[in-house]
Design a protein around this ligand. Structure first.
Ligand code: ADP
Length: 368
């Protein structure tokens, strides 16, 4: 059993001026990680993810708030006494030791018997499929194998909580996606509480039971991957979760009998349909901003508002075989649409933009 409770955690690095724009690297963050949960902490570079993880590990002092594991305060305990194992991006293996010795090292320090060590090393190596590499040195291994050894070294100790700091960043794309699947499997098999830091929202979406999204030291939203995707709490999360990112389009809200539209200029009106949130309906005549995901943009040859339909011009596309991403200009703004890969789209061709009514986000309704 291992519940990690983070209450009002704050961190101010020495030398950071109190009057600087962002004095706190971690700013009053609170959340719980449930027993056996796979929690991902995600956010752009510099948002404070590693600092938060290092505070949990005991590698960084806590300047405010409380960190507890199973209700026991951890703030003052040394990393060794927290029953936590951490896996780093750069593997941090001992280069002069074999894979076997790297994995056995922590157990030797804890005075495990030779027999017990061997049993655990073999069991862990089997779990991670590195049985054939046990007597090799780290420098002779591939990146993926080294990362497995680093993970093995952590799980062999059977700690209460595992912390991962961008462990897949040094691997190539194919290996990364393979390791993502293996980490999910590993999580099921060892049934432990895991906290995983990454800047990559795809990794966050595919690995996390829940995801904590950070920006500038603050917690933006914490929820399951699908809830974050479907119900972002603010514009930051709306724009950060999803790849390619959500498109944002500004314009003046207009109304034409029961139909609402977004007017960007006299010759560019986008229909919003009748299904507009009540709080937005009162903004007719004012500037609003809508968000629309690439898969919800319909490229149409039908002009809804004659002669004021908004024309989009194709400037580039990327066909991946299973889908294609179309890069278009809406006046001066770049819009990305996701389309079926079999459609023939030509650079320079023009379409009218249509939006499915149920798929429009209104950024004014965010910050719930
Ligand atoms: P992330 O892991 O999300 O990239 P970090 O936790 O490394 O972000 O950093 C968060 C903020 O704290 C950044 O503004 C960074 O410059 C600052 N920071 C990180 N480590 C130190 C340090 N040792 N001393 C001073 N500032 C630091």
């Amino acid at each position: 059993m291992a519940v990690v409770t983070i209450e009002n955690l704050s961190k101010i690095y020495a030398g950071t001026a109190k009057d600087s724009a962002r004095p706190k690297a971690i700013d009053d963050i609170s959340f719980d990680v449930q027993d056996k949960e796979f929690m991902v902490i995600v956010g752009p570079s510099g948002c404070g993810k590693s600092t938060l993880l290092r505070m949990i590990a005991g590698l960084e002092e806590i300047d405010g708030g409380t960190l507890s594991i199973d209700g026991k305060r951890m703030n003052e305990l040394s990393p060794r006494d927290r029953d936590i194992a951490m896996v780093f991006q750069n593997y941090a293996l001992y280069p002069h030791m074999t894979v076997y010795d790297n994995m056995a090292f922590g157990l030797k320090l804890k005075h495990f018997s030779k027999r017990d060590i061997k049993e655990r090393v073999m069991q862990t190596a089997k779990l991670l499929e590195i049985e054939d590499e046990l007597y090799r040195k780290p420098k002779t291994l591939s990146g993926g194998q080294r990362q497995r050894v680093a993970i093995g070294r952590a799980i062999i100790r059977r700690p209460k909580v595992f912390l991962f700091d961008e462990p897949l960043s040094n691997l190539d794309a194919k290996l990364r996606s393979q390791m993502r699947i293996e980490l999910q499997k590993l999580h099921r098999e060892i049934n432990a509480t895991m906290i995983y830091v990454t800047h990559d929202q795809t990794e966050a979406m595919t690995l996390g039971n829940r995801i904590a999204v950070l920006n500038k030291g603050k917690l933006m939203q914490l929820d399951t991957p699908l809830q974050l995707y479907n119900f972002p709490a603010n514009k930051f999360v709306a724009g950060f979760i999803g790849s390619p990112a959500m498109n944002f389009i500004k314009g003046i809200l207009g109304k034409d009998s029961n139909d609402f539209f977004l007017e960007r200029s006299l010759d560019c009106k986008i229909s919003l349909g009748t299904d507009v949130p009540t709080s937005i309906q009162s903004k007719v005549g004012q500037e609003i901003e809508i968000g629309i995901r690439p898969e919800n943009i319909v490229l149409s040859t039908y002009q809804h508002y004659k002669p004021a339909g908004c024309l989009l011009e194709v400037m580039a596309f990327e066909n991946m075989g299973n889908e294609q991403l179309i890069y278009l200009f809406l006046q001066n703004e770049k819009i990305i649409a996701r389309r079926n890969s079999q459609e023939i789209i030509e650079i320079g061709s023009r379409f009218f933009i249509e939006l499915g009514a149920g798929n429009i986000f209104y950024t004014e309704t965010f910050d719930r």
